[in-house]
Design a protein. Sequence first.
Length: 83
Amino acid sequence: SLTINCVLRDASYALGSTCWYRKKSGSTNEESISKGGRYVETVNSGSKSFSMRINDLTVEDSGTFRCGVCTVMSLIFTITEYC
């Protein structure tokens, strides 16, 4: 398994709905990751951080991951690459 950690750097945003996206290696398209199944999210509101654990990894899980907080007005993202 792999755990991707995200920390919300802008303290003015509260953790609400979180968003996860992956762009596969060699692709220009980005796909939304649905939570559940192999994708297990943990949210720690106190430290304004959240993480996604991906179980049963395969080569297809390689790529660049974006994680952030979805607000009505904007998306705040942190970009992390796992290959």
